[in-house]
Write a protein that binds this ligand. Structure first.
Ligand SMILES: Nc1ncnc2c1ncn2[C@@H]1O[C@H](COP(=O)(O)OP(=O)(O)OP(=O)(O)O)[C@@H](O)[C@H]1O
Ligand SMILES: [Mg+2]
Length: 345
């Protein structure tokens, strides 16, 4: 399979020749900071052509992993490569891998244009590409303003422009939708999908599960630096939940008896419905039909990515907030709440 030449779908390509399919490959990747094991023997692969979501609770090692991919942190053990090559061995790094890691990591006194131009000049990227990417992220009107005065959302857009500057085949985005307005979130979703559809490798972290569910095809899920799952979104949900069917009828009690007699696990659901676990809609519908029970609703239920993620990582969450007036684990109501309460470390 070959990546389309010229990938002209977005803004054209600065590469004349097709390149091998890009892939990120981590093997036994580990990173310790003193006694903190930030990344712990992580092995995974990120393939091209789809968006891969990188999920994990706060402090689970996502940013550290991305920094190691980008050669910004040296692994304590193991390795990570891009197309089989370490970041430092890439000839023109910006043209191979683009990344948005820290949106605010820009010289504050430099304009957005000057920032991008300096990146372009050190990687033999044509000046015209700076205007292209500024237009692409919607910052052309403020390109001469100091980047240090940008809002978070504007900084994110500038970070995305930097990542796209070299028209790279591999793209990493660490929480790219942080601070973006609804239009910006939709734009990023479509951008990531179209970059992947052009054959690129797109690796993106986010805590917004609803967004990830709509954007990603594959997932790498970690907890406390360790791999929890490396599969498709579809498979992650399906293999970690039992299928259920919601059924409604004017004859609830009778249907409950009919389904139980058919050997199905049935329990009362919300608003007078019944929830059947471990059965398909076909099985439930046929059992009801055989007993001449009229149905008003018969709908297979799917757990959300958020529900499955919370379930899979529940014992790996290090930082818990408290909800006012709803004591957790015996804590008094009104105790300090919010991020930053460190538990179990
Ligand atoms: N430069 C550093 N020095 C010391 N410890 C670090 C450093 N960078 C990260 N850590 C620690 O490594 C662990 C993983 O942090 P990391 O930022 O990679 O997590 P994350 O998954 O990106 O979290 P978040 O979702 O909050 O962004 C944390 O315990 C963090 O405190
Ligand atoms: Mg992070």
């Amino acid at each position: 399979m070959c990546r389309p030449v010229g990938r002209s779908g977005l803004l054209g390509s600065i590469h004349a020749e097709p390149r091998a399919l890009p892939v990120i490959s981590a093997v036994g990747l580990s990173k310790s900071y003193g006694s903190t094991r930030a990344v712990d023997e992580l092995s995974f692969e990120v393939r091209s052509g789809v968006v891969t979501g990188f999920l994990g609770p706060n402090g689970s090692g996502k940013s550290t992993t991305m920094r190691m991919v980008m050669g910004l942190d040296r692994p304590t053990a193991g390795s990570v490569t891009i197309n089989g090559v370490g970041y430092h061995d890439l000839r023109w790094p910006l043209r191979e891998v683009g990344a948005l890691l820290e949106a605010k990591a820009v010289h504050p006194g430099r304009s957005a244009y000057a920032h991008l131009l300096s990146l372009a000049q050190t990687n033999a990227i044509p000046r015209s590409r700076v205007d292209d990417v500024l237009a692409m992220v919607g910052l052309e009107g403020v390109s001469r303003r100091k980047a240090g005065k940008f809002s978070l959302g504007m900084s994110q857009r500038l970070g995305i422009a930097s990542a796209l500057l070299g028209d790279p085949g591999v793209l990493l985005f660490d929480e790219p939708i942080n601070g973006l307005d609804p239009e910006g979130i939709l734009w990023v979703r479509n951008l990531l999908k179209s970059l992947a559809a052009e054959g690129r490798t797109v690796f993106v972290s986010s805590h917004l599960m609803s967004e990830m569910a709509q954007t990603a095809t594959d997932l790498v899920v970690i907890g406390r630096g360790r791999l929890i799952s490396d599969t498709s979104v579809e498979n992650f949900i399906a293999s970690n939940t039992e299928s259920t069917v919601l059924v409604r009828t004017p004859e609830t009690e009778r249907l409950q008896g009919v389904l139980a007699a058919a050997g199905l696990r049935v329990a009362p659901g919300a608003d007078g419905g019944l929830v059947v676990t471990g059965a398909t809609a076909v099985q439930v519908g046929e059992a009801a039909h055989a007993a001449s029970v009229m149905l008003h609703e018969l709908s297979p239920q799917q757990a959300s990515l958020e529900e499955v993620f919370m379930d899979m990582t529940s014992d790996m969450v290090d930082y818990h907030g408290l909800t006012p007036d709803a004591p957790v684990d015996g804590a008094p109501a009104g105790a300090p709440s919010g991020a930053g309460a460190e538990v179990g470390r």
